[in-house]
Design a protein around this ligand. Structure first.
Ligand code: MG
Length: 203
């Protein structure tokens, strides 16, 4: 199982980090060891002083595919979810400045929080779905899937040009604005529509 992440898929988030809006989706991968076990706390790793939360809508792939046409992409997923792409922003900035790959900042153990899964048909319209992240009782990030620069179906078509998608692969579809550091004892709760998708304690 692999985790495919999309960067800069919401215009306001690209702006807040001073990034240009890309001409095509930014894609990177986290290994299966990045998955944070459910109900496990997130432990701030010793190599970073600035771990950011990035709340993102997730898509679970349910059939194998390569060169998937956008018009058929909807057949490749039934469940969507919500998670966090934990990012060592200090390390990432350092790597970006040097033009180096981001893996150490993005793909470390525990960096992919994967919440509960929901049938996409349970939502009135999952392509216009609100989601939010609550930190210690305050909403710190909120978005709507309609704000994506590239829709889920477009992303599946684009990603599968480069990487064969396999059953159980997960796509992180990018974060809206509001990314910020986490500190010890923070409690993060994510909601997809009205559904509670995860709760995680920062240690
Ligand atoms: Mg992200």
């Amino acid at each position: 199982m692999k985790i495919i992440c999309i960067g800069r898929n919401y215009p306001e988030h690209a702006e807040e980090l001073g990034n240009e809006k890309p001409e095509s989706p930014v894609i990177f991968i986290k290994p299966d060891t990045a998955k944070l076990q459910s109900r496990s706390p997130f432990y701030i790793p010793p190599f970073s002083n600035e771990i950011h939360h990035e709340v993102e809508v997730l898509v679970k792939i349910r059939r194998i595919g390569k060169y998937i046409e956008e018009k058929f992409a909807h057949k490749y997923y039934q469940e969507i979810g919500l998670g966090i792409d934990f990012t060592a922003r200090d390390l990432q900035q350092n790597l970006k400045d040097k033009g180096l790959p981001w893996e150490k900042a993005k793909a470390f153990d525990g960096s992919a929080l994967i919440g509960n899964w929901f049938d996409k048909d349970n939502f009135t319209d999952f392509k216009k779905l609100d989601f939010k992240l609550n930190k210690n009782g305050t909403i710190v990030q909120k978005g709507n899937t309609s704000q994506m620069l590239w829709s889920i179906d477009t992303l599946i078509a684009e990603v599968s040009r480069f990487f064969t998608l396999k059953i159980g692969d997960i796509i992180f579809t990018g974060t809206p604005s509001g990314v910020a550091p986490v500190v010890e004892n923070d409690i993060l709760v994510g909601y997809l529509g009205e559904e509670k998708a995860f709760k995680v304690n920062i240690k």
